[in-house]
Design a protein around this ligand. Structure first.
Ligand code: EPS
Length: 374
């Protein structure tokens, strides 16, 4: 199962093509639109989200709500294009306006203009923008429906915003409630502190990142492989997480914490009561590059948004002079968006791993093969 995305942030539309879906998978379009809308929500988002109300339009691969087994193509229209067509139209437009030359530290701007031989970072940022993740959420929600048909569920929450950290540990069943909260946090006291911090950062023209925890429940053991490095489940899932804009770190289970503990404090001892099981899950559900039947636990670190209203020191590439980086309108924090995006990219990557093992041209074959696994 492979996803290709296309589209610029202020272009006509974002586009996705998913190849490798079996036939007869029921597609819930309302669910896709719900996740698209969740991606746009959250405390700290900027003015752009008031313009967009993302909705999927499926162009091929689905008939009467069931997949056909053919490539599933879809688009999400950028409503903001109406305000940008004069500067973005492929047919011809005015490129002397809406230029960005005071390149932003932490963004793709400078490295992109040098690599692609551009004088205007607009030609870079339009594609580097996190707007592209709307496609990944739509595709991820289709992958989520494939996994859900097998009894595999994915959910997460925001663990920290900047230096405000929720120390609590939650059961999987508690996680969905996070999406009713303004910052997708589960600890109300910490969430209030985080909102106050975002208000302060906003007044100072600054931004924040955070930590997002993603969990997968119901995956049987043996997905991924210990036989070839590229097929290790942790490599595949962490790669998917790292492919999301602004993610700078990822850990599985206790992750970095394992490095400062003794072996006896890290490894999950094995018991048998008819089924093999463990009383702890510090490994985060993956051993030897394979799912071990326990919950998969991933945590990702998101850096602060690189577009700061107050502008960091930089160079204006138009004249080579010191400048303040371009402000544009900006999100103060997009940790809630990242939470939804990370659930979605994990779903897409995992669905690919699952479909590689199970094969199957239609969902009846797929579910039968999953059920038959020990
Ligand atoms: C982004 C800048 C902002 C964000 C955008 C990502 O957009 P604009 O420049 O139009 O104000 O809102 O994210 C989205 C539009 C989105 O849907 O997530 C950037 O520079 O990466």
């Amino acid at each position: 199962m492979k996803l290709t995305t296309a589209g610029e942030s202020h272009g006509k539309a974002l586009v996705g093509i998913i190849e490798g879906l079996p036939s007869n998978l029921e597609i819930d379009i309302d669910l896709i639109n719900r996740y698209l809308s969740l991606r746009q929500s959250g405390y700290g988002r900027g003015a752009r989200q008031k313009i967009e109300s993302d909705k999927i339009e499926i162009l091929s691969g689905v008939r009467n709500k069931l997949t056909l087994g053919s490539p599933l193509a879809f688009c999400i229209i950028n409503k903001d294009y109406a305000n940008w067509s004069a500067y973005m139209a492929p047919e011809g437009c005015d490129t002397s306006k809406k230029t960005l030359t005071a390149v932003r530290p932490g963004h793709a701007d400078l490295t992109g203009v040098l690599k692609y031989g551009q004088a205007d970072a607009r030609n870079i940022l339009e594609r580097a923008s996190a707007r592209e993740t709307a496609v990944r959420v739509a595709a991820g929600t289709i992958a989520r429906q494939y996994l859900s048909a097998l009894g595999v569920e994915i959910c997460g929450y925001v663990k920290s915003v900047c230096n405000i950290i929720d120390p609590d540990i939650y059961a999987f069943e508690q996680l969905p409630a996070a999406k009713n909260n303004p910052l997708f946090m589960l600890n109300g006291k910490k969430e209030k502190e985080a909102m106050a911090l975002l208000d302060k950062l906003k007044s100072e023209g600054d931004t924040a990142g955070g930590i997002i925890e993603i969990r997968v429940k119901g995956l049987k053991s043996g997905f991924g492989s210990c036989m070839q490095y590229s097929t290790k489940l942790d490599a595949v899932l962490c790669g998917a997480v790292m492919s999301v804009q602004a993610i700078k770190g990822v850990e599985v289970g206790i992750g970095f914490g394992a490095a400062c503990l003794a072996g006896s404090e890290v490894h999950d001892e094995i018991y048998y009561n008819g089924n093999y099981h463990r009383k702890t899950n510090r490994a985060g559900g993956i051993e030897g590059g394979m799912s071990n039947g326990e919950e998969i636990i991933l945590r990702a670190a998101m850096k602060p948004i690189p577009t700061l209203m107050k502008g960091l020191n930089t160079i204006d590439i138009a004249n080579g002079q010191p400048a303040k980086a371009a402000g544009e309108r900006s999100d103060i924090a997009a940790v809630c968006a990242a939470e939804i995006i990370l659930e979605s990219v994990v779903a897409t990557a995992l669905a690919d791993v699952v479909s590689q093992r199970l094969g199957g041209d239609n969902m009846e074959e797929v579910t039968e093969r999953y059920r038959a696994l020990r």
